[in-house]
Ligand binder design. Structure first.
Ligand SMILES: [Zn+2]
Ligand SMILES: [Zn+2]
Length: 339
């Protein structure tokens, strides 16, 4: 079978490897759709495991299963989480599924024609897709789950003003989810195309990220934002975020700047205003279940975010599209699509 082996963003090679065969408690799935995530192009984050097959937003069909697999059958349409937490350790109990101390197996990357699903993921990491959720839609389950988690941590609720900075795929999902929660949503980006997507996604106000955002925000809403969702790694955005958050509000680092950059926090100001700074990384099983339900019920529509569908041999081009971030929002690799 063919795989797209990622060495770095400028070096992705299509290679031939043996097709996997399942052990008694494992399955092999045929990958029909796999999204390129904003985190896939972050080299400082991914390079330590390179070369690797990336891709963790997977919609697939079960094509073979070991004798002991009972939960799934051939032909089942599934979404598979990239890893599953144990649900028993201290971190899982406290809801920090992403830092579970005993994650055993990971799903091999989805930029490949097939993938072996290890036992732990067959047991608790594989989700049946309802008929009305296509493989392409299923690539948004994991991103939406991460967004659901971040907004839960921030305590976002009806009536709040939410500022979403950065309108790539994650930012747009934040816009949609905050609108679903009846918030006033302001979205910023440096790119006009993305601002148009944000408007379509339901943002009440869109602001060019080059403008003075705190001023524009105050002029438009009369106040600052109860929650700021940072979906960009730009230091300038962080600086604007500090000045845009309201007393008692929260700034959520959904994306972070590269490790060599230093972020200065106005901590004295935040202390007297009770402003929280949060990070949100990945998601947990309850978030995945919630995301799947929202996509299936069309509470969150995802069709409009899919801008590109490419065959496996064009994986490098897909990464380039995401890196440039000009015209693309969601780029999906379809390993069995001819062209
Ligand atoms: Zn992702
Ligand atoms: Zn755990």
């Amino acid at each position: 079978m063919k795989i797209a082996l990622w060495h770095n963003n400028a070096d992705i090679r299509i290679e031939e490897v043996p097709e996997p065969r399942p052990g008694p408690r494992e399955m092999v799935v045929k990958i029909l759709s796999c999204g390129i995530c904003g985190s896939d192009i972050v080299e400082w984050y991914r390079l330590p495991r390179a070369p690797l097959v990336q891709g963790h937003e997977i919609g697939a069909e079960v094509v073979s299963a070991g004798d002991a697999v009972r939960k799934f059958k051939l032909g089942d349409r599934v979404f598979i989480a990239p890893k599953v937490p144990c649900l028993e350790c201290k971190y899982c109990e406290e809801g920090h599924h992403a830092v579970c101390s005993s994650v055993k197996d990971r799903l091999p990357g989805g930029f490949a024609e097939y993938a072996l699903v290890p036992e732990a993921l067959v047991e608790t990491g594989t989700y049946l897709l309802p008929d009305n959720v296509s493989y392409d839609h299923s690539t948004l389950i994991e991103p939406l789950a991460c967004v659901i988690r971040a907004q839960r941590l921030a305590g976002i609720k009806a009536g709040q003003t939410v500022l979403v900075m950065g309108c790539g795929m994650a930012g747009l999902l934040h816009v949609k989810l905050a609108k679903l929660k009846h918030c006033t949503v302001i979205a910023t980006d440096i790119n006009d195309t993305r601002l148009a997507f944000a408007k379509n996604a339901g943002a009440d106000i869109v602001i060019d990220a080059g403008d003075n955002i705190p001023e524009r925000l105050a002029a438009a809403t009369g106040r600052r934002a109860g929650a700021v969702m940072l979906c960009t790694s730009s230091l300038a955005a962080i600086d604007q975020a500090w000045k845009s958050v309201d007393k008692g509000g929260a700034v959520v680092f959904f994306a972070v700047p590269p490790p060599e950059k230093c972020v200065t926090v106005p901590i004295n100001d935040f202390w007297t205003k009770e402003i929280r700074i949060l990070t949100s990384y990945y998601c947990g099983p309850p978030d995945i279940t919630a995301a799947l339900e929202m996509i299936a019920s069309k509470a969150v529509m995802v069709d409009d975010m899919i801008t590109h569908r490419l065959p496996l041999r064009d994986t490098a081009r897909g990464f380039q599209l995401v890196l440039e971030g000009k015209e693309s929002i969601k780029v999906i690799i379809k390993p069995h699509q001819a062209s």
